[in-house]
Design a protein around this ligand. Structure first.
Ligand code: NAG
Ligand code: NAG
Ligand code: ZN
Length: 297
């Protein structure tokens, strides 16, 4: 009898102790809790205003308050830690990098950026546009200027402002060049392919990782959540239409990263979540037509 009780107790402990993970890890036989089970890890993951979403462009609402952003400190060079934390590659950012405008209530300051990845340039973005999934999505995570930590910002429905950028792939052979601005981050990947490793990223600036200012005027806006547990619904989302071009070889380099279980860090996106009536706005009053489909390999 005692044996039975401790046996079941052990199972419960095991389930509660299991870590959350992406669907790609479940499919690979990982002993972990995939996206369907995230609400058991953190209650907010089962909420009604979750991210990411599929953005149906013809259902977006034009909003003239969604003016171009002003970025400050984005040209300043910084040195920082780049880490493989077992789930993503993350770069700590200096709080001197700020964004305002674009109908944000107050300036937001940067805390970190990280990536969501496909396999060898295959589908990897979290948000999808009219059902299309891009090879990679870059998130710049910001909090309202007055807060001192992400935890503090998560208590405010608009405490966190995430800027999301898609990358698109191109063939090196065709253009004869790669995206030079990404060389430093891609070189750093060689030192952090193993989980829980880090290195220093030197002499980079935030504007190297995003499109030019004139190419960031078209974007989508909606109210949502963190896309990983604890999934708090505290995020003002901005998803930019223009993509960051990376060559196929550059995209491949990201597939050398490993999860904590040693498997390739690929498919690190949460499935799209129901809108539940949330409006999705678009900048400007013109219809945004997505003119080019992302290349998939
Ligand atoms: C960076 O990695 C070293 C070991 O290589 C470790 O001692 C250190 O704690 C790590 N730093 C951070 C902030 O993760
Ligand atoms: C802006 O975007 C267009 C179309 O996506 C691209 O052709 C152009 O090179 C971009 N300009 C800059 C400066 O990035
Ligand atoms: Zn993210």
């Amino acid at each position: 009898m005692h044996l039975f009780i401790s046996f079941f107790f052990a199972i419960i402990v095991k389930i509660q102790g299991a870590d959350w993970c992406y669907q790609s890890q479940v499919t690979c036989g990982g002993n972990c809790i995939g996206p369907d089970g995230w609400p058991t890890v953190a209650g907010a993951c089962g909420g009604k205003a979750q991210s990411p979403i599929n953005i149906v462009t013809r259902r977006t609402l034009p909003d003239e308050r969604l003016t171009p952003f002003t970025f400050t400190g984005y040209q300043e060079a910084f040195h920082s830690l780049i880490t493989n934390n077992g789930r993503t590659v993350q770069v700590d950012l200096p709080a001197t990098a700020k964004v305002h405008g674009g109908d944000l209530a107050v300036p937001y300051k940067a805390i970190q950026l990280h990536l969501h990845l496909g396999k060898d340039g295959g589908p990897g973005s979290e948000h999808t546009i009219d059902g299309e999934r891009y090879p990679m999505e870059l998130h710049i995570v910001n909090i309202k200027k007055e807060y001192n930590s992400l935890d503090e910002a998560l208590k405010d429905l608009a405490g966190v402002g995430v800027l999301g950028f898609f990358t698109s792939g191109f063939f090196y052979e065709q253009s004869g060049s790669s995206n030079k601005k990404y060389e430093s981050i891609i070189n750093a990947l060689n030192s952090i392919n193993m989980p829980s490793s880090n290195t220093t990223l030197s002499d980079v600036s935030l504007d190297m990782f995003i499109p030019s200012q004139s190419n960031m005027t078209s974007y989508f806006r909606y109210q949502g959540s963190l896309t990983t547990p604890p999934c708090e619904e505290a995020v003002v989302w901005t998803v930019f239409k223009n993509t960051i071009p990376l060559s196929r070889q550059q995209l491949d380099a990201f597939s050398r990263l490993q999860f904590a279980d040693g498997k390739p860090m690929v498919g690190t996106y949460r499935p799209v979540q129901p809108l539940n009536g949330r409006p999705v706005y678009r900048s400007g009053s013109q219809v945004i037509l997505v003119s080019t489909l992302p290349l998939s390999y």
